[in-house]
Design a protein around this ligand. Structure first.
Ligand code: 8X3
Length: 254
């Protein structure tokens, strides 16, 4: 067991991708990881895998957009060391002229309101730990827009602003706020969810890119930021694959 000892790390959206990879890495770093996501079977399987590897994990089915459920979840904890706000994602890539308002609403609900619910609910336990860390997974989309991205860019800007504002408001308390902003990450679900199961469209996102980031690459940066000494606050960590110079400048070998 490392310095993380018996401390608890809660990861939202832990059923796949960056959330699952982060749960594995924080468990390996010695945290007791609490996996949350809507899909119970997936997080239970991951918790079993982590426990079999000799680390500690439990699964708790949770939809972060359900405020009451989040509040009930929070009552189970007196202290929490780390909250990783990973639940969220993109829906659609339509121009502003034709974008679906329901997509925009849903993205705001998951990426911003979900993060708000669980951060509010767990803040007392994070403070009580004497050394708490809130991680907000934003995106490079939170830092620059691109065509077809407005709904997602707006939602991720919301998540970024939540993180930046919270950091100002709780300064002086023993809780730090870290924003991790990944660029192009190839995960099993991000692009297929965005394009509602259209695997051809999803594949185009990564076409010709030699090495997009993996979920593990991003989890590695999260685990690194979280395991810095308590007085060190990584305000913002932007991580992209080498082939991506900006949201719209990507080297493709086609
Ligand atoms: C994912 C990055 O470029 O698809 O958060 O918006 S992008």
């Amino acid at each position: 067991m490392t310095a993380a000892g018996n401390r608890i790390a809660v990861v939202t959206g832990a059923s796949s991708g960056i959330g699952a990879a982060t749960a594995r890495q924080l468990a390996a770093a010695g945290y007791r990881v609490v996996l949350t996501a809507r899909r119970k079977d997936r997080i239970e399987a991951l918790a079993a895998e982590i426990n079999e590897a000799g680390h500690q994990a439990t699964a708790y089915a949770l939809d972060v957009t359900d405020r009451e459920a989040v509040q009930t979840f929070a009552t189970a904890f007196r202290t929490i060391a780390v909250l990783v706000n990973n639940a969220g994602g993109a829906l659609g890539a339509d121009p502003v002229a034709t974008g679906d308002p329901d997509d925009w609403r849903q993205m705001y609900e998951t990426n911003v309101i979900g993060t708000l619910h669980i951060t509010q609910a767990l803040l007392p336990a994070l403070t009580a730990s004497g050394d708490g860390t809130v991680v907000v997974l934003s995106s490079t989309a939170a830092h620059a827009t691109y065509e077809g991205g407005a709904g997602y860019v707006a939602a991720k800007n919301g998540a970024r602003v939540l993180a930046e504002t919270l950091r100002l408001e709780i300064v002086g308390t023993p809780v730090r706020v870290i924003e991790v902003a990944p660029g192009m990450v190839k995960t099993e679900e991000f692009a297929t969810t965005r394009f509602r199961g259209d695997t051809e469209k999803a594949a185009k996102v990564y076409a010709g890119v030699a090495e997009p980031l993996t979920a593990d690459d991003v989890a590695d940066t999260i685990a690194w930021a979280v395991t810095r000494p308590p007085h060190v606050n990584i305000d913002l960590l932007v991580v992209r694959p080498r082939a991506q110079a900006s949201n719209t400048k990507v080297h493709r070998e086609l």
